[in-house]
Design a protein around this ligand. Structure first.
Ligand code: GYE
Length: 306
């Protein structure tokens, strides 16, 4: 793979596809696994990859995409940090006849012709799964059941859609009250800090819905430091299913995890090769995923490499 910041960029070999990929930045363990999967798959498929990392900045992602257009890459792929605000740069890609594939996160646009395909997880159903678990766990409780939400990057597709899915899954059941919803930016350190604040202002939290494992793991530490038992006094449902999350689930500190699969590299390379060859591709490709409980988690832990 070629890093965009390298002074010298490897020229493409004859017939080799060049793709420019703009990654969000390293917000979580999930993201690191996602980066590795894409880089490994490119190497295996002999795709020349110009890979840039945007430090969570949309401005930087836009300028990286502009630079891919100037370099005349064959295909542009990127994981958009937030949903809105991509139309101008994507119009420039379209004018240069460079197909664009969205991976992992999606965009909001009035013009769906601005991207060829979108590959990623169904964030709505991840949120629904967390809510369905919560409802089931508290089915015998008289209520109210007080939920706090730790949400991801404001304006990002997973933050917006996981919340929407959670509300859909709760389905108007007024027993469940989201007493606070705060962003912790998909980060473990922020999850701990925000949860500590929430614990200081609320002594009646029953459930944490953390939109990723890292924030949930931060919440575990904050709850322990506040002298309570995570997973028992306060239940925790999260999303992602990284190794550390599965371990906490197995130890009973997290209670439920909806999987979000970061290993999209192979599917992305297949899509890119089809697009390059002019083979029609679906507008939307979902990644395969499952859900984990304490009862089924142990058989998966050793195989989880991220
Ligand atoms: O859940 C989180 C990451 O976009 C689905 O981004 C992804 C999310 C993932 O940093 O851990």
């Amino acid at each position: 793979c070629t890093n965009n910041s390298d002074a010298e960029i490897q020229p493409a070999r004859k017939g080799q596809i060049t793709i420019g990929f703009s990654q969000i930045g390293e917000s979580s363990r999930w993201r690191a696994a996602n980066t590795r999967s894409i880089q490994d798959a490119a190497r295996i498929q002999n795709v020349r990859l110009i890979f840039s990392v945007a430090g969570l900045s949309q401005q930087k992602q836009i300028s990286d995409i502009q630079s891919f257009i100037l370099q005349k890459v064959d295909v542009i792929a990127f994981s958009p940090v937030v949903e809105a605000g991509w139309d101008d740069v994507l119009r420039a890609a379209k004018a240069a006849k460079i197909p664009v594939i969205l991976t992992d996160r999606a965009i909001r646009t009035e013009d769906p012709s601005l991207f060829t395909s979108s590959l990623g997880s169904d964030f709505i159903s991840e949120g629904i799964s967390a809510a369905v678990w919560t409802k089931n766990e508290f089915r015998k409780a008289p209520g109210p059941v007080n939920v706090v939400e730790l949400s991801g990057t404001p304006g990002s597709a997973p933050a917006i859609q996981r919340r929407a899915g959670f509300l859909e899954g709760i389905d108007g059941d007024t027993k469940f009250k989201i007493i606070s919803s705060r962003t912790a930016n998909f980060s473990r350190a922020d999850g701990k800090r925000v949860m500590a604040e929430l614990l200081r202002s609320h002594d009646d939290i029953d459930v944490v819905f953390a939109q990723n494992d890292d924030m949930g793991l931060g919440a575990v530490t904050a709850i322990e430091e506040a002298g309570k038992r995570p997973g028992k006094d306060i239940k925790i449902a999260t999303i992602d299913a990284i190794h550390d999350g599965l371990v906490a689930l197995s130890n009973g500190k997290i209670n439920f995890i909806a999987e979000c699969n970061p290993l999209v590299g192979p599917q992305l390379m297949e899509l890119i090769q089809d697009v390059f060859l002019g083979i029609p591709v679906p507008k939307r490709v979902d990644t395969r995923e499952t859900v984990f409980f304490r009862e089924n988690v142990d058989q998966y832990i050793n195989d989880r490499k991220y």
